[in-house]
Design a protein around this ligand. Sequence first.
Ligand SMILES: [Zn+2]
Length: 173
Amino acid sequence: MPYRYLRLRQRCLPLLNQIDFPRPFSAHALCRTIASQRGRQIHLHPLPPEASSTGACGVLLATATADHIFYESQTSHVHQEHIVLHELGHLLFNHHRVDARYTAVMGDLLPDLSDSLVTRLLGRTNYTTRQEQEAETLASLIRTSADRANRYQPRSVTGKLGAALGIETSEDE
Ligand SMILES: [Zn+2]
C-alpha cells in the first residue's frame, strides 16, 4: 500500500471511528444520523442540470443554519450514494472552501440563499487536491465499513442456517 494512501487513511480513521452507522445503512440514513449528532440539518437535493453542466457531480453547500448536499441523480444508485458519502466526507473533515465557479449557479437555483450566507461551497470535479483525496478516501472507508457491518448483522441466525441446510426451523417456539 503506498505510503501516501496510508497517511490518508490515518487522517480518516479518527473520523470513521466516530460514525454511528445506521442499520440498515444508506447514505441518506447516515446523513440523518450525522445531522442529529451535529445539531445541524443536512438537506439532500438532486443536482440541477445547470450545475451538472459545470462538470460537478456533487456539491456541498453550507449556510449559517444548515448543510446542503447536491448529488447527480442521472446516474446509478451506487454512484449517487458514493457522491453523497464523498460530500459527507468534506463535511466531517470540516473542509471549507467557497468555490466561485458554483456560487453564481447555485445562487440562482436557491434564490433564498444570498452569497453572504454561504460559508462553504465545494464542487466535486477532480481528485487532485488534498481535500478531494480526503473526502474520497473517507467515502470509500465508510462504504467498506458499512458493508462489513451489514454482513455481520445478526438476524434470525437459525432461520438462515436452516435455509442454507434446506431444513425448516420454527423460530417462534
Ligand atoms: Zn469533493
